[in-house]
Design a protein around this ligand. Structure first.
Ligand code: MFN
Ligand code: ZN
Ligand code: ZN
Length: 572
C-alpha cells in the first residue's frame, strides 16, 4: 500500500525539519521519497506531523508488573473500558494490562518503548508479556549491575570476558543493551543492606559500584553496542545524592566511545535514567532542596552524557524497581503495602504504591526538580521525556508534561494560586524559569533524541528507508499559542489524529482502528561466538550449583520472540 500524508506541518529534528509544510510518503511500511499517483491521500492540512514517539525508559512488561497488577486490584479498576470491535477490554491506571499498554501508547502517537529492566532469569516471562502488547515495538534491557559473574569480572578487570558475557546474555535473554540498577546495592540487599556512595563495596564481593560501572562501560564500547550503558545510579530518592550522581557520570569520562558503525548513531557513552530522583540536596527530607541546576550544569558541560527525567505527575501510582532496598526505605516512610522479589544471583525488585500529591511538600519538590532539569538542560538532544512509568507517574501523563514545558504561565499559575505546595518556590528555582519548549524541542525530547540515544537506525525520524512510524496531532502550530492554551496541547497529544505504525493506520481521531503485532528489538553480537562459548562453559559449574534452573531452561528460545527485529553488531 502507498500513502501520502498531505500538507502537514512537519517537525523532524533528526533531519532538521522545523515546522515546514510538506508531504510525507510511505509505501510497504517504509518512508519513501515519492509515491505513484495511485497512492491513498491522507489530508493532514495544517496539522502537526512528527515521527512516532519513542519512550527511552519505562516498565511495561515482566514479573514485577505482574506482582503490581495482582496486589493492586484498586489500580486495575481505574481506567476500565469496554472492549470494542478492535480492542480488548482495558483495565488499570498505573499498571495497565498488556493490551491496554499498547493501546494507550498508540493513542498518544508512540511507536516504540524501551522496557528498562529485564531480569535475565525472568526474561521468558517478560517476552511473553511483550508479545501481548500490540502496536508498539519494545527493546528490553537486561539487568547487569548486580549479576555475580559481572561483579567478578569487574573486580578482576577482565573486560574481554565481560564483553563475551554481555554478548552471550543479550543472546540468551533476547535483550537489547546493558542496564545497571543501583550497582552492588541490590546484591547488598541480599544481606539486608544497601550501598550508598559510589565507592562502597558489595558485601563479600570486594568490588565497588565504580568498578562495576566502569567495567560495563568499557565492555559496552568494546562490543560497539548500539546503546550506551543505561544507568540508574546509587542512592536513588535520598536527599544529598547529587555528589553520587555526578561522581557516577564523571567516572566514565575517560572511556572512549566505540568507533564501530553499530555505535555510530548515538553520541553518548552513558545514559542516566530518571535523573530527577538523583538530584536532591540536603541531609534529610526536612532540609532537602533541588540539585537540578548542578546536575543540569554537568550535563551541559559533558556531551558524552544523556538523561531522561522521570517527571513526577501528581498521581497515585505503583512504584517498581530493581532497586529493592530503596523500595524498602519507601515502605518505612509510608507504611503502604510493599512487595519484594529477589532474583537469584542477578538482581532484586521491590514494589510499593506512592501517592504524589501537589499538597505534599516532598512530592512538590520532586515535581519542580523534574521540570527544572528539562528547563536547565540546554541541548534537548541530551534529555528525554519520561515518567519512569509507573514510578513517577503513568505514561499517559506525557501530554500533560508537554503542556507544562510549553507554558510558563501554566507553571506560574500552579505555583502562585497554591495548586502546588510552597516548597516548589521555596526549595527550587522553578518559579524563576521562563523558558518554554517549542514543538521542535518537544519532537526532540519525545522521539528524535530517545531514538538516537538508543542507537536506532530505523526510527525516530522521517528519513526515506526508515519505518513508517508517524504521529499526526490536530494542532495548527501557525495558529495556536501553546503558552496560552496548555489544555489544548494536552488534548491534542493525548489523542493522535493519526498514529501510523510500520505503514499501518492504528489510530484515527484518538481511537484505535486497528492493531498489529509488536516487534521485539534485540541485539545480536557477531564475532564473539567462540568467546561466548568459552565463557558459558566456564560459568557452568557455578551456574548449576547456584541457580534454581538448568541452563537449558534459562535461555529464551526463538519461539518466545515470534516477531523479532534483530540488530546485528559486528563486534570484531
Ligand atoms: C526509580 O523507583 C524509582 O522513588 C523511583 O515522602 C521510585 O513525612 C521507585 O517522613 C520519594 N516528609 C518530610 O520529611 C517532609 C517534611 C515535612 C515534615 O513532615 O516536617 N515538612 C513539611 O510538612 C513542611 C511544612 C513547613 C514548610 O516548610 O513548608 C517525609 C516524612 C517522602 C518524605 C516523607 N519521601 C519519599 C519521596 C523518594 C523516592 C518518593 C518516591 C521515590 C520512587 N526507578 O510557614 C511556614 O514556614 C511553615 C513551614 C511549614 C510548616 O511547618 O507547616 C526505577 O526503575
Ligand atoms: Zn530505575
Ligand atoms: Zn525505571
Amino acid at each position: 500500500m502507498e500513502y501520502i500524508l498531505k500538507n502537514g506541518i512537519v517537525y523532524d529534528p533528526a533531519n532538521e525539519v522545523n515546522g515546514e509544510k510538506m508531504d510525507i510518503c510511505f509505501k510497504d511500511g517504509k518512508i519513501v521519497e515519492d509515491v505513484s499517483a495511485d497512492a491513498e491521500v491522507l489530508d493532514v492540512t495544517d496539522k502537526i506531523v512528527m515521527p512516532a514517539g519513542v519512550d527511552p525508559h519505562a516498565h511495561v512488561a515482566g514479573p514485577k508488573l505482574v506482582v503490581g497488577r495482582l496486589y493492586r486490584p484498586e489500580d486495575e479498576r481505574r481506567g476500565v473500558a469496554q472492549k470494542t470491535k478492535t480492542t480488548r477490554a482495558e483495565a488499570g491506571f498505573s499498571i495497565p494490562s498488556c493490551p491496554t499498554t499498547g493501546y494507550r501508547y498508540s493513542r498518544m502517537g508512540y511507536g516504540t518503548v524501551c522496557e528498562a529492566a529485564m531480569p535475565p532469569l525472568e526474561a521468558k516471562h517478560t517476552h511473553e508479556e511483550i508479545n501481548t502488547i500490540p502496536n508498539i515495538d519494545i527493546n528490553p534491557l537486561p539487568l547487569f549491575g548486580n549479576n555475580w559473574f559481572v561483579m567478578e569480572y569487574a573486580r578482576e578487570n577482565r573486560i574481554d570476558d565481560l564483553a563475551a558475557f554481555i554478548a552471550a546474555m543479550l543472546r540468551v535473554s533476547k535483550g537489547y543493551g546493558v542496564k545497571i540498577v543501583n550497582p552492588c546495592g541490590s546484591e547488598a540487599w541480599g544481606w539486608g543492606m544497601n550501598v550508598h556512595g559510589y565507592d562502597d563495596k558489595a558485601p563479600y564481593f570486594d568490588v565497588t559500584s565504580r568498578e562495576v560501572v566502569r567495567a560495563l562501560a568499557k565492555a559496552n564500547e568494546k562490543l560497539g553496542l548500539p546503546h550506551s550503558i543505561h544507568i540508574h545510579p546509587n542512592d536513588l530518592g535520598h536527599p544529598g545524592n547529587v555528589p553520587t550522581t555526578i561522581a557516577t557520570l564523571d567516572s566514565i569520562k575517560d572511556i572512549a566511545k566505540s568507533t564501530k558503525p553499530s555505535a555510530s548513531v548515538r553520541d553518548q557513552t552513558i545514559h542516566c535514567t530518571h535523573l530527577q530522583f538523583h538530584s536532591y540536596t540536603g541531609n534529610s527530607w526536612k532540609d532537602a532542596a533541588s540539585g537540578a541546576e548542578e546536575c543540569a550544569d554537568f550535563i551541559n558541560k559533558n556531551p558524552y552524557v544523556t538523561c531522561d527525567v522521570g517527571q513526577v505527575t501528581f498521581d497515585e501510582t505503583t512504584t517498581m524497581t530493581a532497586d529493592a532496598p530503596m523500595e524498602y526505605d519507601l515502605f518505612k516512610i509510608s507504611g503502604l503495602k510493599w512487595a519484594n522479589k529477589d532474583i537469584e544471583c542477578e538482581t532484586a525488585a521491590g514494589i510499593i504504591p506512592c501517592i504524589y500529591s501537589p499538597k505534599t511538600p516532598v512530592s512538590t519538590l520532586q515535581w519542580a526538580i523534574g521540570l527544572e532539569l528539562f528547563l536547565h538542560i540546554e541541548n534537548p538532544w541530551q534529555v528525554c521525556l519520561t515518567t519512569d512509568h509507573p514510578n513517577a507517574g503513568p505514561f499517559i501523563r506525557y501530554p500533560k508534561i508537554i503542556s507544562w514545558l510549553m507554558s510558563a504561565p501554566k507553571r506560574m499559575e500552579m505555583i502562585d494560586n497554591g495548586e502546588v505546595h510552597k516548597w516548589a518556590s521555596k526549595r527550587t528555582g522553578l518559579a524563576g524559569l521562563e523558558r518554554e519548549y517549542d514543538f521542535y524541542e518537544i519532537a526532540t525530547i519525545s522521539r528524535a533524541a530517545p531514538a538516537r540515544i538508543h542507537g536506532f537506525a530505523d526510527r525516530g525520524a522521517l528519513t526515506p528507508g526508515y519505518n513508517a512510524d508517524i504521529a499526526v496531532y490536530d494542532i495548527n502550530p501557525n495558529d495556536f499559542d501553546p503558552s496560552r492554551d496548555p489544555e489544548g496541547v494536552e488534548k491534542a497529544f493525548s489523542n493522535a489524529y493519526y498514529t501510523i505504525k510500520d505503514g499501518q493506520i492504528v489510530v484515527k481521531d484518538g481511537d484505535i482502528v486497528s492493531t498489529k503485532q509488536s516487534h521485539t528489538i534485540w541485539t545480536n553480537v557477531i564475532g564473539y561466538e567462540e568467546e561466548e562459548k568459552q565463557i558459558i562453559d566456564s560459568i557452568m559449574p557455578f551456574f548449576t550449583q547456584y541457580y534454581s534452573v538448568k541452563w537449558e531452561n534459562y535461555q529464551v528460545h526463538d519461539h518466545y520472540v515470534p516477531n523479532p527485529t534483530v540488530v546485528d553488531v559486528e563486534a570484531k
